[in-house]
Design a binder for this molecule. Sequence first.
Ligand code: FCB
Length: 442
Amino acid sequence: MTALISKSDFPRNFTWGVATSAFQIEGAADADGKGPSIWDDFCRVPGAIADASDGNGACDHYHLWESDLELIADLGVDAYRFSISWPRVQPLGSGAFNQAGFAFYERLVDGMLARGLKPYLTLNHWDLPSALQANGGWANRDTVQHFVDYACEVARRLGDRVTSICTHNEPWVVAVLGHDVGNFAPGIKSRAVMLQVAHHLLLSHGMALTALRAQGCKSSLGIVLNMSHTQPATDSEADIAQAQLDDGKGLRWYMDPLLKGAYPADVLKHFGADAPRVLPGDMERIRVPLDFLGINYYFRCMASAGEPWDIKSSGNDITDMGWEVYPEGLTALLVRLHRDYALPPILITENGAAFKDEVVDGQVHDVQRQSYIANHIAAVRDAMHQGVVVHGYFVWSLLDNFEWASGYEKRFGIVRVDYDTQRRTLKDSALWYRSFLKSEGK
Ligand code: FCB
């Protein structure tokens, strides 16, 4: 069932957008002086990427940016969320900046403005310069200052033109998948390292915001977290306790420092000796005012102390990533955050789904993706009716792209990419989004 929604259900100044990230679409991995990132390196590890692919070609957006901006403008969105590749503008992650790299993003941002699109910039969508990883990467406290210096330079060059600057995309993923599970770059497996990394990400976020404000940056400043709605699989005490812990590790571990200035005591106790080294003043440096909080929502989590919950038991659709489709979870999540925290305005910075698309006579009838997006937009509206302040919604993603460890096998785009020809084709979900954005009333 697809919800009946119209753009007029939302405030007039609500921001509608599409999102991408540099490593996933740009290609041109060593063009014009770009340095390598940890994802370039990780793709070379045998078995790391499902289809043994890499980001060298991707969607070749580095060369096709102009026609891609035409595509975005044609959808009728207000805004485009993109990320800067740190090693493209500063090949070693410290020291000299690369003029040619900055020139690309200046063309891109000016191209957005010329088409009436608001630039929403992300500084770290995971592609850390390899040279910093050689010195320990995010586990090394020196990386915090390097990130602040990089952020300041980006803001000096682009801050007068971008609507918004986000420090980090999904620190949980960088920390946990990159440094504990190890299935994402840089592929480390240590809980203690993971917690130190998470701390440094949060610290660098807070210190960057302070530095950007000190240099007069007028863009709206914030961070993007991935979040689920976590529920106990049954009402047994053990499952309820498990849900509390999972929510603590995934959500409160990031939200509490950012908005309350402290790590949650119950989770701190659970981590025991692995807890991060926190220097005096760090928690104050992390908790600085946010102009916005970005939320990436894809699925709910069912917590179980025993056997893992059987995802098929809910009867809900399952995406090609194996994620349950559960739009009600987005409403529940937003209402709960509004209850538990003094929130800044919320942006839904990512939401979307991978499905196996078929091309039939040059068209892609991606009914499931279309209804996924429509139902989640309706879920945002329902949360707003309950008092949650949401200022925008961005579809993930504009284009099919390099889906990290899944390679090119998983397609999240509302626009199909033929990787042999680099041809873009609007899927039905894109046509639907475009007509939704044109809708005036019911
Ligand atoms: C998020 C990432 C984004 C994309 C989607 C599917 O975790 O931010 O780059 O991979 O998931």
